[in-house]
Ligand binder design. Sequence first.
Ligand code: ADP
Ligand code: MG
Ligand code: MG
Length: 536
Amino acid sequence: MASFNFSTWPPQLTPEQLEALTLAATTYALSHGLLYLPPSQSPSNTQPRIPTTAIHAPLSLVPAPFPRAQFQAARGLQSVYNVLYARIAMDTQFLDTVMGAEEGVGKADEFTGTLWRGWKKIREHGMLPLHLGLFRSDYLLHAAEDRLALKQVEFNTISSSFGPLSERVAAMHRNLLASTSYFSASPHLIAEKFPENSTTSGLVEGLAKAHEAYGVRDARILFVVQPNERNVFDQRWLEYELLEKHQIHVVRQTLADLAVSALLDPSTHALTLTLPSTNPSPYEISTIYFRASYTPSDFPSPSYYDTRFLLERSRAIKCPSLPLQLAGGKKVQEALTRPGVLERFLSNEGAKWGAQALDLTAHAADIRATWMGMWALDSEDADIVAALDHLPAGQENVPPGTRLARLKAPSLVLKPQREGGGNNVYREAIPAFLDALPAEEREAWIAMEMIETPRGVSGYLVRASPSSSGTDNGGTEKKVVRTEVISELGIFGYALFGGGEVVEREVGWLVRTKGTESNEGGVAAGFSVLDSVVLV
Ligand code: ADP
Ligand code: MG
Ligand code: MG
């Protein structure tokens, strides 16, 4: 076990200190754009076009302890992951087998199947522009056999959010360190244990490189956004940095907006947007950054898929392309754990599509060491069957993968092919869930061993009270909760690929902290708060 005693965290605060620190933190957040739009009051659940108020993002008062070695290891692995997922996105045959609607998970999952079918049709017509990934690989600490191991929760290839806001939380903690006496209360609360965070410029570097590769200076970057998005400031900070540091303009549009504004030139495949209210002549789009279209509710009718596929057919660089979005599926994460699969992707041979002769197989063991056990509910693999040796008879019609999930339910989470939080089934809820799950939907789910995080660490979580969202009567209610917590580390990276080499970099990090009473994470889904680290 690391020498740091997690159960001593955080240092004790008196009510007066707590109040002073909360005031300093929330004021800093409001002053520095560490913000959210308030929950919508309109019945249609759409934000007003011109917002008049904002609230501070949910945040943690004291940074979360994280071992320096594991923090650095996670950052060090990111470049391997960047290349790995680029190669997966380029491997059509692999994605067809794992995610496709004919032989893969797309059979059992309508959303995945629809995206895959759209991609299949498009790729038959040629067009191979570059792909851009802005990734986030998420980890928890796993307390196993007397030591702490870094374990991956998931790898996100679409709409990986909170880069800019996490940078601002880290800056907030650094400010509190300098400005409040509380932060001298622990020998761990010193500047050299607060790592730098410059995620915004790193993510923007990826977008700017894609724009440059497209090669039309005056083209714009399109952000595809959700109509009811509350996390707009996280997106706007990327937009401001693109304009201020790279002189690149951004256009924000929902899929519904694009159904009207988007036009594809049939011969050049250039994507242009006609926005008469802001500009008389159409904008050409260099890069399409999706902060929407990762969940079925982004597609309330089939025409929304038509719009998504029109964007895919363009020669603009998609972040992500459909194959790169599919590569981020939980089923791919599981398929990689099967014998030899990761090793093939990391080997030089696995990268036949590219000129880059980079053999990463030396890193395979380090990557595998970050994985928990995973399998498919419809699995009939020999190792799953072997693990079932002693199971009583009577479930012969149930696939071994499902039987093993039932047997090991207390230490498992089941995941469908979904993003954005709130979709998983945990531990004790698994048996009843399996009872109700139609046989033909089993293939859409994977089973994953639970990461058992160190217990006893607490945090102070601060959320803006709902009343602060409109009228000015906030501040009198109790905003801070001291509770036992789990902190999830995310490492950001980008990869621009498809032209024979992968241009990639690790670009920063994020910490989200949640109360242990919640299985889920997810700031946007309302389960966690934004945090940073103190390296111990
Ligand atoms: P999503 O794509 O919806 O974010 P995740 O795989 O990240 O799905 O799962 C959501 C949350 O569930 C994670 O942030 C984490 O808190 C929790 N979780 C997921 N997998 C595990 C696991 N194997 N062990 C412990 N917690 C997990
Ligand atoms: Mg997640
Ligand atoms: Mg995810």
